[in-house]
Design a protein around this ligand. Structure first.
Ligand SMILES: N[C@@H](CCC(=O)N[C@@H](CS)C(=O)NCC(=O)O)C(=O)O
Length: 249
């Protein structure tokens, strides 16, 4: 049973905006209550499970994700991530590192926002996806590739993991699933992703609970079902496991 001072992280039963914080907590082996809300079925995708609680949790700015840390109740995904980063010493060792961590968190959020526009808002999904993969994503990947080269560290900011890595990895992974490319032109980004997947603290989680949770809500045009994460050639379409049901638990 959860102790009363255990952290509670609330979000939809998907990876979405909460998974960077979940990864951080898993990495630090912090016990937390992973409060999951389910969408209703198509065509309405009702949000009642969340809406019934939304205004009774004591959040000043009710939204998902939220974090309850004792008397402190936060929403806003990046605020939650940086709060956890400070709490668990993952926000750098000096002011410069801290600022760079925040920069990378914002930069990777911009990428995720662009991905959101493709996955949730595209009218002509295939055309919008192609434009994202051919034009938008390469610009972002080149910037991350150059930054990794310039910084010359094992992780994005430092030789040890920082809060930025949990978000950068997660949001790059969402793009990797959509783009279905092997990213050979970005060797540093590819090596970075591979190293993250091999982290002993996270490997098991990444291969189990994380892999079973879709990246997006089930109303999305992509990522609402589980997409297999296997090395593929550029031309092959992403494999959607037809036997997988949309998230229900
Ligand atoms: N700026 C907020 C956006 C949060 C947001 O859009 N949350 C979506 C899921 S990703 C939601 O369903 N919120 C619940 C609500 O609007 O009541 C953040 O980064 O946390």
């Amino acid at each position: 049973m959860a102790s009363t001072n255990q952290l509670i992280l609330g979000y939809w039963n998907i990876r979405g905006f909460a998974e960077p914080s979940r990864l951080l907590l898993q990495y630090k082996k912090v016990p937390f209550t992973n409060k999951l809300y389910n969408f209703g079925d198509a065509p309405d995708f009702k949000r009642d499970e969340w809406l019934n609680e939304k205004n009774s949790l004591g959040l000043d700015f009710p939204n998902l994700p939220y974090l309850i840390d004792g008397d402190l109740k936060l929403s806003q995904a990046k605020t939650i991530l940086t709060h956890l980063g400070r709490k668990f010493q993952l926000m750098g060792n000096n002011e410069v590192e801290t600022s760079l961590i925040e920069l990378l968190i914002d930069q990777s959020s911009d990428l995720r926002q662009e991905l959101n526009n493709v996955c949730y808002r595209a009218i002509n999904f295939e055309a919008v996806k192609k434009k994202f993969c051919d034009e938008t994503l390469p610009v972002h990947l080149k910037l991350f590739e150059d930054f990794l080269t310039k910084n010359g560290k094992k992780w994005i900011i430092s030789d040890t993991l920082t809060a930025a890595d949990f978000q950068l990895f997660e949001y790059l992974d969402h793009c990797w699933l959509l783009s279905n490319d092997n990213w050979a032109e970005y060797p540093k980004v590819s090596a970075y992703m591979k190293a993250f997947r091999e982290l002993p603290e996270l490997k098991k989680y990444l291969e189990s609970e994380h892999a079973k949770r879709p990246i997006n809500g089930k109303m999305a045009k992509f990522g609402g079902l589980i997409v297999q994460h296997v090395e593929k050639k550029k031309e092959e379409p992403a494999k959607v496991d037809e036997n997988q049901q949309p998230p229900t638990a």
